[in-house]
Design a protein around this ligand. Structure first.
Ligand code: COA
Length: 116
């Protein structure tokens, strides 16, 4: 359904995705679809990593690539803030990254447990 970089095949509009810094989310304007993350410190230094915890799209909007747009917003943000990403959400690890492998470069390569 979604191609590389998260564009929707056949869709006419690209949804606006908003960064909600206080709630650590990327979300649609109506807040009904969102990607939730948590910033954590990497053990032993001052760097942070973005742990993507959960992605949610209301049932009637599923299958149109909306979750992919949320991921693209989150990965663009992570890239511009030099944040490695932990794809804890199964949508990110099992669907988004395999379909958009260029973003694998941002995936955290260290020991996740020791960074908690
Ligand atoms: N884990 C991995 N991949 C999933 C998935 C899951 N839990 N649920 C659906 N997918 C895949 C489907 O296989 C689908 O593949 P298809 O394109 O071949 O049909 C693909 O996601 C659809 O991609 P996209 O259109 O970008 O996603 P979406 O906007 O429909 O939203 C979810 C996908 C997962 C966010 C949505 O189904 C949802 O909110 N589900 C309930 C919450 C959930 O399980 N979240 C993920 C775990 S944190």
């Amino acid at each position: 359904m979604a191609n590389d970089k998260g564009k929707i095949k056949g869709a006419t509009e690209i949804p606006k995705i908003i960064w909600n810094e206080n709630q650590q989310r990327f979300e649609t304007e109506d807040k009904k679809a969102y990607l939730e993350y948590h910033l954590k410190n990497i053990h032993g230094n001052n760097s942070q990593i973005m742990n993507i915890l959960h992605t949610y799209v209301p049932p009637f909007k599923r299958g149109l690539g909306l979750a992919s747009h949320l991921c693209v917003a989150a990965f663009n943000h992570a890239q511009s803030h030099s944040l490695p990403v932990i794809p804890s959400c199964s949508y990110v690890s099992d669907t988004f990254l395999p379909r958009n492998p260029s973003w694998n470069a941002l995936v955290y390569k260290g020991d996740v447990k020791s960074s908690m």
